[in-house]
Design a protein around this ligand. Structure first.
Ligand code: MSP
Length: 522
C-alpha cells in the first residue's frame, strides 16, 4: 500500500502581496513536500488564499473594487508568484470557491446539529486586523499587540461555538500525543491557553449580514455570515475533497499543518476542537515557525515593510534566497533578515563550499579522465570515510526532515560537502595526476568525489530544486532524480554509473561581491 502525506501552508490573506513571511512558510512546506515525494510517498501539498472577512472588504473599498474583484486580483498575484518561484503545490485553493462554501456549510450544520453552536449576546474589544475579539492578553497599552491599533468596542447578538466543552479533551489529546504541536515551546503555549484560569471563552463564529456581507452564509440563519477564521480553517478539508474524494481519509490521517507563531491559537485551539465537534479526527501535527524580524520589528504587511520574493529572486536567484531562509532560521525560533547576512551565507556555503566542490571535481574529470566518470580502483580508509559520511548524513537528513529540523538537515548535507572537500585536499588528485604510475589511484579519487556529488545533489533537491538537478545534469546523470528513493538511494554507495559523460558546467553560485545599493525593502 502506498503511503500518503498531506502538508499545508496557511491560506494567505488577499489584502497584501506576497512577502518574506508568506514565502518562508511556503519554502518550508515546499521543501517538506519535495522530500516526501522523493521518499516515494503519495504527497499532497495544499496552498491558497483566504478571501473573506472585514479586512478584505475594507481593503477592497479602499481600492474602489468589489471584494471579489479585489480578491481575484491579489489571489492571482499569489498564484503567479508561487509559480514563478517554482513551488510544487498540488492545489491552490480559494475560499470563494463554491466547493469550499459547501464544505463550510456542511461542517457548520454538523456542529450545529450536535448542539455545539449557541445564539447569544456579546460585547468586547474587536481588532479588525486579527479579525477577532481580543482578550486582555492581546492588548499592550490599549492597542492590539500585533497590529498596534486600537480595538473597537462591539456589541452583537451572535452564534457561538462551544469551545469550552472541548477544553479538557484537547488537553488530554495533547498530553497523549506529545508532538501534536511542535516544537515543544508552542505545545506549552497552547497548554497555557487551555489552562482553566486562562480565560478561554466560547468562540463567536458569526457576523450579522447587515454589517458584513463578505462571507459564507450560515446554513441555519441567513441573516448571518460565517466568521472568517471558522471559514478559513476548513480549507484544509475542502482542499483534499471532503467528504468523499477517493483518498480523503488517507490524506487527512497524515495532515501536517505549517504555520507561523502568530496564528497558533486558531490552529492549536480552535481547529482541533472544530474537528472534534464535526466528528473528524484531529490533524497529525501542527508545525510552528517563528518570525523574520527586520531592524527589531516584526515584518508583516500591517507594518508595511516587505521583502518581495520576486525581487529576491531577481537579485540573487530563488535557490539562494531559499537556502538562506531555510538555513538561517532555526525552525520554531525567530531570525533576523538582512541582505548582508544573506550574501555572507550564500558566498560561504554555496559559492565557496558547494560551488568549489562541483567545479573542481568536474574540471578535474574533464582534464584527467577525458570528461568521463572513471572506473574506481581499490578503495581504502579515506574513501570509506566519505562513503560512511554519506550514509550517516542521508539517515540524519531523513530523521531531521521528518522532525521539521530543516535547518539541521541542511547543516548535515554540508557535513558531507565539507568532508568531500577535505578528502580532495588530503588526496590531492592534482598531484597524483602528475605521476602516470598513480593513474588507478587518480580514478578512485575522482570517482569518489563524483559519487559524493550524486548523493549531495539527491539530498539537496528538496532544498535547492533548481540547482540540484543542474549538478546531476553536469554529472551526466539527470535521471538519478527521476527514479530516486530517499533516503536509500543516498545511502547506497556506488550507484553512479562509470563512463557517464560529464560537463564542465557554469558556476552554480557566482560569488556575490557586495550588498547591492538598491534595497529590496519597499
Ligand atoms: N489567513 C491567515 C491564515 C489562515 S490559515 C487557515 C493568515 N494569513 S497571512 O497572510 O497573514 O499569513 C500567512 C503566513 O505568513 C502565516 O503563517 C504567518 O505566520 C506568516 N508570516 C507573516 N509574517 C511573517 C514574518 N514576518 N515571518 C514569518 N512568517 C510570518 O494569517
Amino acid at each position: 500500500m502506498s503511503q500518503f502525506f498531506y502538508v499545508t501552508t496557511p491560506i494567505f490573506y488577499v489584502n497584501a502581496e506576497p512577502h518574506i513571511g508568506h514565502t518562508y512558510t511556503s519554502v518550508v512546506t515546499d521543501t517538506i513536500a519535495r522530500y516526501h515525494r522523493l521518499a516515494g510517498e503519495q504527497t499532497f501539498y495544499l496552498t491558497g488564499t483566504d478571501e473573506h472577512g472585514d479586512k478584505i472588504a475594507e481593503a477592497a473599498t479602499a481600492n474602489k473594487m468589489t471584494p471579489l474583484e479585489f480578491a481575484d486580483r491579489i489571489s492571482g498575484i499569489f498564484r503567479s508568484t508561487w509559480d514563478e518561484v517554482g513551488f510544487s503545490y498540488d492545489r491552490f485553493i480559494r475560499t470563494t470557491e463554491r466547493k469550499h462554501q459547501r464544505t463550510v456549510q456542511d461542517i457548520l450544520q454538523k456542529v450545529y446539529d450536535a448542539g455545539d453552536i449557541e445564539f447569544r449576546e456579546y460585547e468586547g474589544s474587536y481588532c479588525v486586523g486579527c479579525e477577532r475579539f481580543l482578550t486582555d492578553r492581546d492588548l499592550v497599552n490599549g492597542l492590539c499587540r500585533d497590529h498596534e491599533r486600537a480595538p473597537e468596542l462591539r456589541r452583537e447578538a451572535n452564534y457561538f461555538f462551544r469551545l469550552t466543552k472541548y477544553r479538557a479533551w484537547l488537553v488530554q489529546h495533547i498530553q497523549d500525543n506529545p508532538d501534536f504541536i511542535r516544537p515543544e515551546r508552542y505545545k506549552n503555549e497552547v497548554l497555557g491557553m487551555l489552562r482553566e484560569d486562562s480565560g478561554l471563552d466560547d468562540l463567536c463564529i458569526s457576523r450579522p449580514k447587515e454589517r458584513l456581507h463578505w462571507g459564507i452564509p450560515l446554513p441555519f440563519d441567513e441573516n448571518y455570515v460565517c466568521y472568517v477564521w471558522f471559514d478559513a480553517l476548513i480549507n484544509y478539508l475542502t482542499g483534499i475533497g471532503y467528504p468523499d474524494a477517493p483518498h480523503f481519509d488517507d490524506y487527512w490521517r497524515t495532515a501536517e499543518h505549517m504555520i507561523g507563531k502568530d496564528i497558533l491559537k486558531p490552529h492549536g485551539v480552535f481547529w482541533p476542537m472544530m474537528l472534534k465537534a464535526a466528528g473528524l479526527e484531529p490533524y497529525q501535527h501542527l508545525n510552528v515557525h517563528g518570525f523574520w524580524n527586520l531592524a527589531d520589528r516584526k515584518i508583516s504587511k500591517s507594518l508595511g515593510n516587505m521583502i518581495s520574493p520576486l525581487a529576491m529572486k531577481q537579485k540573487y536567484g530563488f535557490d539562494a534566497f531559499r537556502y538562506f531562509l531555510l538555513r538561517e532560521m532555526s525552525f520554531g525560533l525567530d531570525a533576523a533578515f538582512s541582505e548582508e547576512a544573506l550574501i555572507a551565507r550564500v558566498n560561504a556555503d554555496l559559492a565557496n563550499n558547494l560551488g568549489n566542490l562541483v567545479n573542481r571535481t568536474l574540471n578535474m574529470v574533464a582534464r584527467y579522465t577525458d570528461g568521463k566518470v572513471p572506473q574506481p580502483d581499490t578503495t581504502g580508509e579515506p574513501e570509506d570515510r566519505v562513503s560512511d559520511t554519506a550514509a550517516r548524513v542521508a539517515n540524519a537528513v531523513d530523521a531531521q526532515i521528518r522532525n521539521l529540523e530543516v535547518h539541521r538537515a541542511l547543516a548535515s548535507i554540508f557535513d558531507l560537502v565539507n568532508e568531500t572537500n577535505r578528502y580532495l585536499e588530503t588526496r590531492a588528485p592534482w598531484t597524483v595526476a602528475k605521476d602516470p604510475a598513480r593513474e588507478a589511484e587518480l580514478r578512485t579519487i575522482l570517482y569518489t568525489a563524483c559519487e559524493a556529488l550524486r548523493v549531495i545533489a539527491l539530498l539537496l533537491e528538496p532544498f535547492l530544486p533548481a540547482t540540484a538537478p543542474a549538478i546531476l545534469e553536469d554529472l551526466g546523470y539527470p535521471e538519478a532524480l527521476l527514479h530516486a528513493q530517499l533516503p536509500q538511494d543516498a545511502m547506497r554507495w556506488g550507484q553512479l554509473p562509470v563512463g557517464l559523460k560529464t560537463k564542465k558546467g557554469t558556476p552554480l553560485f557566482p560569488r556575490i561581491e557586495a550588498a547591492p545599493d538598491d534595497s529590496a525593502e519597499g
